[in-house]
Design a protein around this ligand. Structure first.
Ligand SMILES: Cc1ncc(COP(=O)(O)O)c(C=O)c1O
Length: 388
């Protein structure tokens, strides 16, 4: 049997990870400035994390959700304490898409309504409901395309008000910071107003922190810069440092009814052990503050580099903490390949001309300096090649 060929693959085979370093099968070392799509929060193969998973594996890897599982309760307790949503409750699943799917379903159960408002540029996952609120027609099959979803421009409060005035909306879903769109921040003011309008209209505010959450932006959740509290927050990616898990964090105003949500694998013992280990490391190594400080350092340095390079190379730098988008002039698109194949640094991309930086929160200043020198090298080499 062959693999169903849907991924564009780099010709690189990583076999080992340690901290922010990845080694390929030939022993070549790469700096990880991408965390495998923002997933690696506490660094590869963190010894505390691998130890917790091994211990759990030796005891019990899985049993169904029909028995007592104190690990789930501990995870909910620890997460509530650390993320500032202590009075909320947690439903565990296996991915970001599922976390969003459950959030939308709950909002619809709760309000008895079926329409959802989403924003241009959004990405919320690939399952039916999640892809329906994702602004990319290439990802939606006719089955997924729904007249129950409306997209409006990020920041357009008038459009939000106009839509909500129909009284048909169950929910509005928004990313803490849009990731796949190229690191686009909705802004504190917009989030505050959105919350006000949603509350007044009886619409559930779902904030998707799948990519921007878990300390990445220098606060536990990106939306916490605005002081806004969501009705539902969704998490995944960094939550278990690569072990598949998703979480839907639900306001006390929602009533749980037996059977309204459910899953076979969600909240299994191994996943909970991995997620508890991640929270322990984030707390003990003060990784939220680290993300803030390292991010500020990197953003400052990138700002200076942008100035030094002059117009027409870096056009914009966006983001918070260690969630950074570097928009390049179209002529500099090959720089990302040069970073990977010549400088041996993994970065992410968005659209055709945005470099996304989502490194593990444990990255050191020396590693950031190494990235900055390599990035400038890659740009200069490219300039020489094209003779600009
Ligand atoms: C903001 C956001 N929401 C949801 C998802 C979907 O997560 P998953 O791929 O775990 O289903 C992603 C994945 O990139 C994401 O960035």
């Amino acid at each position: 049997m062959n693999l169903f060929d849907v991924y564009k693959l780099w010709p690189i085979e990583p076999v080992k990870g340690e901290g922010c370093t990845i080694y390929d099968r030939d022993g070549v070392e790469y700096l990880d400035m991408y965390g495998g799509h923002a997933v690696i929060s506490i660094g590869h193969s963190h010894p505390y994390y691998t130890g917790m998973i091994k211990d759990q594996l030796n005891n019990l890897a899985f049993y169904s959700n029909s028995v007592q599982n104190p690990l789930q309760r501990k995870l909910a307790y620890d997460l509530g304490k650390m993320c500032g949503y202590e009075e909320y409750s947690l439903f565990l699943s296996n991915s970001g898409a599922e976390a969003n799917e459950n959030a939308i379903k709950l909002a619809s159960f709760h309000t008895g309504k079926s329409k959802v408002l989403a924003f241009k540029g959004s990405f919320h996952g690939r399952t039916s409901g999640a892809v329906a609120v994702t602004d990319n027609p290439l990802l939606s099959s006719p089955f997924n395309s729904s007249r129950k979803v409306k997209f409006v421009a990020l920041g357009d409060l008038e459009a939000v008000k106009r839509e909500f005035s129909s009284g048909e909306y169950a929910a509005v879903i928004i990313e803490g910071i849009q990731g796949v769109a190229g690191i686009v921040d909705p802004g504190n003011l917009f989030l505050k107003e959105l919350k006000k309008i949603a509350k007044k209209s009886g619409v559930v505010l779902i904030i998707d922190e799948v990519q921007s959450g878990y300390g990445r932006t220098g606060k536990f959740f990106a939306h916490q810069y605005s002081g806004v509290k969501a009705d539902i927050v969704t998490v995944a990616k960094g939550m278990a440092n690569g072990f598949p898990i998703g979480g839907t964090i639900i306001s006390p105003s929602f009533t749980a009814i037996s059977g309204m949500l459910g899953t076979t694998f969600g909240g299994n013992h191994l996943a909970c052990a991995a997620a508890i280990a991640v929270l322990d490391v984030i707390r003990d190594e003060e990784l939220v503050m680290m993300a803030y400080e390292k991010g500020k350092y990197l953003l400052d340095k990138l700002g200076s580099l942008k100035k030094r390079l002059g117009n027409g190379v870096i056009t914009e730098i966006r983001g918070k903490g260690l969630m950074i988008g570097i928009e390049m002039d179209e002529g500099f698109i090959p720089v990302r390949n040069a970073l990977l194949f010549e400088e041996k640094i993994f970065t992410g991309g968005a659209k055709s001309n945005i470099i996304r930086l989502l490194p593990p929160l444990t990255i050191s200043r020396e590693q950031l300096d190494h990235f900055l020198v390599s990035f400038e090298n890659a740009i200069e080499k490219h300039k020489t090649r094209v003779g600009s």
